[in-house]
Design a protein around this ligand. Structure first.
Ligand SMILES: [Zn+2]
Length: 157
């Protein structure tokens, strides 16, 4: 006997996407592990509980869903038209909290590195893009590139 699953509402679906072990995070983790990085995951002792924290390089990596964290200019980021005010307040609240956390981390001397969900999608799709992005990401972790560093100056203004 097969039990029919109730179709999920949009918000139920979204809350699932928000789960701790969302696929993009796991994907990136595996890549970094393979590159020899050792890290803590969902590190509670730091502001914003970074998805990946690499103590050796003092690098906090956030794998941000484009919808939940408002990826500006990204087609995966938009405020739903239904319950517009609710979503606007919620998503903008998320983004504000993110910025506060990033600033705190920065003040602690920790590199803040943001990887967007859409970027992970590109990596999964295309081997060349993957290699390219991974290289830039590693350089950002090492501190030789700012490619994936969160731009705090932009926030300050
Ligand atoms: Zn995006």
């Amino acid at each position: 006997m097969t039990k029919k699953k109730k179709p999920m509402t949009r918000s139920e679906n979204m809350s699932r996407v928000k789960n701790k072990d969302t696929k993009p995070e796991v994907y990136l983790r595996k890549l970094l592990w393979h590159e020899g990085f050792r890290y803590r995951i969902n590190y509670k002792d730091l502001p914003g509980r970074p998805d990946i924290y690499i103590p050796k390089y003092k690098a906090a990596i956030f794998v941000n869903g484009c919808f939940w964290h408002i990826h500006e200019g990204c087609k995966l980021s938009s405020i739903p038209k239904t319950n517009y005010d609710f979503w606007k307040a919620k998503l903008e609240g998320n983004a504000e909290r993110d910025k506060k956390n990033y600033k705190e981390l920065n003040d602690m001397g920790i590199k803040v590195i943001i990887v967007w969900g859409c970027e992970i999608k590109e990596m999964i799709k295309d081997e060349k893009i993957k290699k390219n992005m991974l290289l830039k990401l590693i350089k950002s972790i090492n501190g030789i590139s700012d490619a994936y560093r969160y731009n705090l100056e932009k926030y300050e203004r």
